[in-house]
Ligand binder design. Structure first.
Ligand code: F6R
Length: 243
């Protein structure tokens, strides 16, 4: 794992954007793996800025998202479809039909999992996967205990995950209890993985990741089984390393 410690969230976001832009400059047909959550927001702002400045075109780029809540329609304000449209997709020239996000309201979720994995196999592999990391060590919505062999599947969200995401919902009852996510093995098929960790509340999880102990109880630790992972971490999230 290549570890790059950056001054702050802004520097981390800029560095991540540079890596994405370099990937697309190298290969205009690149397949990106994208994530939601707070951590990639700065990255998406830099990508939009770069696009508007004429640096990058996404006309031939394909993008896959990691996950979606179960039961939220695509146009629900809290769906990851809405998040991606508002935060990135609507502001760059990527073709809507080349963006893939699991469907959380499919009549057959089992079929949807199979279909998403087939899409990844057909259009992938993902050239560059962007990941955040949960305070419980999850990647995508692969919660502690998920098998490293998992492909796209349905999960019960941990209470800690629901609490972390409560800020987006009006009441606790509204926070979904289930989600569909790419599995750990689907994520590890990516050619390159860039993990973003920022802020004090990720300090424990970064310390744990960098202990290099690989265990099912800490899903991000499976990243040690991949040979092209870069961790971009800011000072706040790195502060416990070595202590
Ligand atoms: C989001 C996702 C999650 C988040 C993680 C960190 O699509 O799959 O694994 O990356 O929960 O979220 P933030 O960035 O909000 O701390």
């Amino acid at each position: 794992m290549n570890i790059i410690v950056l001054e702050d969230f802004d520097a981390l976001s800029e560095q991540a954007a540079q890596m994405v832009e370099e990937q697309i400059t190298k290969n205009s047909h690149a397949v990106l793996g994208l994530s939601t959550g707070s951590t990639p927001l700065g990255l998406y702002e830099y990508l939009i800025k770069g696009f508007k400045a004429g640096k990058t075109t996404y006309q031939n780029v394909t993008a896959f998202n990691l996950d979606e809540y179960l039961g939220l329609e695509k146009d629900h304000p809290n769906s990851y479809h809405t998040f991606m449209n508002e935060r990135l997709i609507n502001h760059i020239d990527i073709k809507q039909e080349n963006t893939y996000i699991p469907n959380g309201v499919s009549a057959s979720m089992e079929q949807e999992c199979k279909h998403y994995e087939e899409l990844l196999d057909t259009l992938g592999p993902i050239d560059l996967q962007i990941l955040g990391i949960g305070t419980n060590g999850h990647i995508g919505f692969n919660e502690p205990g998920t098998s490293p062999l998992s492909t796209t599947h349905i999960v019960n969200l941990d209470e800690t995950t629901r609490e972390s995401n409560a800020r987006f919902f009006k009441s606790n009852e509204e926070i979904p209890k289930h989600a569909i996510t790419m599995g750990i093995s689907s994520i590890l098929k990516s050619r390159q993985i860039v993990v973003l960790a920022a802020g004090e509340k990720k300090a424990h999880v970064v310390k744990k990741l960098l202990s290099k102990e690989v265990h099912e109880s800490f899903p991000a630790s499976w990243l040690w089984h991949h040979d092209n992972v870069t961790l971009l971490v800011d000072h706040e999230a790195y502060q416990l390393v070595g202590n």
